[in-house]
Design a protein. Structure first.
Length: 145
C-alpha cells in the first residue's frame, strides 16, 4: 500500500467494509477516497431526482437511510419507496452509466451522510478497476434507476 495521508484513513476504513470497495486494489481505494466529497442530508431532503437532469455524481451512503421513490405526478396513483438503501449502498448506478437522469427520486429517510463522487472520477475507476467495473456493470443491467 502506498503512503496514505492520515485524512484518508477514516474513509478507507469505511470503504473496506463494503463490496466492491474492499476487493479493490489499494491504489484504487485510495483514488476513490481522495475524490469523495462528504455531504450531509437532513431528513426528507431530496438528494437527486429526475428534474435534476443528467446524473453527474455517484453516491455511497455512509450513514442513514435513503429511499428511491416513485414520483406520484409521473406515475399516477403509484407512489412510495421502491427501494431502501443504507450504509455502504450506492446509487444511481444505471442512470450514471447510461448518461441520463434518474427515474426515481432519492430522498433521505432520516438524517444521512453520503459520499459523493463526480462522474469523471467514477468513469476513471470504471476504466482502471476491474473489480469496480465488474461489480456495477451487471447491476446496471438488472436495475431500473
Amino acid at each position: 500500500m502506498t503512503d496514505t495521508p492520515n485524512a484518508l484513513e477514516p474513509v478507507l476504513k469505511f470503504l473496506r467494509q463494503y463490496a466492491p470497495f474492499k476487493q479493490m486494489l489499494p491504489v484504487h481505494q485510495e483514488y476513490l477516497a481522495m475524490y469523495l466529497e462528504q455531504v450531509f442530508y437532513a431528513e426528507a431532503d431530496i438528494i437527486i431526482g429526475p428534474e435534476d437532469g443528467l446524473v453527474d455524481s455517484f453516491y455511497i451512503i455512509k450513514r442513514g437511510c435513503v429511499s428511491g421513490e416513485v414520483i406520484p405526478e409521473q406515475i399516477g396513483e403509484l407512489e412510495g419507496p421502491v427501494t431502501l438503501l443504507g450504509a455502504g449502498d450506492c446509487f444511481p448506478i444505471t442512470a450514471l452509466l447510461q448518461n441520463r437522469a434518474v427515474h426515481f427520486q432519492h430522498r433521505a429517510i432520516k438524517s444521512s451522510i453520503c459520499y459523493k463522487l463526480k462522474q469523471a472520477h467514477f468513469e476513471y475507476l470504471m476504466q482502471q478497476s476491474t473489480v469496480f467495473r465488474d461489480f456495477y456493470i451487471p447491476k446496471s443491467q438488472a436495475q431500473c434507476h
